[in-house]
Write a protein that binds this ligand. Structure first.
Ligand SMILES: *[C@@H]1O[C@H](CO)[C@@H](O)[C@H](O)[C@H]1NC(C)=O
Ligand SMILES: *[C@@H]1O[C@H](CO)[C@@H](O)[C@H](O)[C@H]1NC(C)=O
Length: 234
């Protein structure tokens, strides 16, 4: 071995070890789902941080411990005075009657990494976030851009599939498309397009589920914020 090659060898070994460990992280992330190496980019700088949290409340459907609740249940009966939907809506209105709580929820949705780094095991179920959105969209009326998204939610065949990644991608796509109607600023629309684009650029098989759940939360938070959820409640 030449002297130059001897000097290069340790560097090559380090490069090899780094790429192997990145491959391993990627593998554990796919297998475990809850363990995740995520990228947060601030300006051009990319930081990797290891984050783990329990994804239970990204996929759990039952709400407020009420049997047969959730958008997918036959007893949900959205829009009627009898049904688990009606029962959950009353609880939901009470649960979010305080402005400070609403602000905390929106902040948590908009910044999932910061939230998870402090709260590893408490996450408002995404099904509840959908209920809040549903109540806001219902109040906004039929001519509203989100009416169609609400109808899909009521049908429960687009955001409630067995394939959780596809459900999240459908949700992100439809929310992104309707968002310009409620966005308070053009910059918010640009931000929504950029955030949704992070996963919608890829074929759904390439999307990591934790990443899909994270972006779904951010998109929901942006809608709640611009639709005045913090100020006006539901
Ligand atoms: C309601 O929930 C119970 C218990 O979980 C279940 O046995 C029943 O089939 C459900 N009813 C409907 C209409 O889904
Ligand atoms: C899931 O949501 C329930 C109900 O809000 C909460 O009590 C529980 O702590 C949450 N679990 C996780 C892992 O976030």
């Amino acid at each position: 071995m030449t002297a130059a090659a001897q000097r290069l060898l340790p560097i090559l070994l380090i490069l090899l070890a780094t790429s192997l460990s990145q491959g391993f992280n990627h593998l554990t992330q796919r297998v475990l789902g809850g363990v995740k190496v995520c990228r947060t980019s601030s300006n051009d700088q990319t930081t990797r941080l290891l984050m783990s949290y329990d994804v239970e409340n990204e996929t759990k459907r039952q709400l407020y411990n009420i049997k047969n609740s959730s958008w997918k249940s036959n007893e949900w009966n959205w829009g009627y005075a009898r049904g688990t939907g009606h029962d959950c809506a009353s609880i939901c209105r009470r649960r979010w009657s305080d402005k400070a709580d609403r602000k905390k929820l929106v902040d948590a949705l908009l910044n999932p990494e910061a939230y998870h780094s402090k709260h590893k095991s408490y996450e408002v179920p995404f099904e509840e976030v959908k209920l809040i959105l549903g109540l806001l969209w219902q109040r906004a009326g039929r001519s509203h851009a989100f009416n169609e998204v609400l109808e899909n939610m009521v049908d429960a065949k687009r955001y409630e599939l067995d394939d959780e990644v596809l459900s999240a991608l459908n949700f992100v796509t439809d929310v992104r498309d309707a968002f310009p109607d409620v966005a308070l600023k053009k910059s918010h629309v640009d931000h929504m397009n950029a955030v949704a684009g992070e996963i919608l650029h890829y074929h759904d098989h390439m999307v990591d589920r934790v990443e899909a759940f994270r972006i779904r939360r951010v998109c929901a938070g942006m809608v709640l914020e611009d639709m005045g959820f913090i100020e006006n409640g539901i």
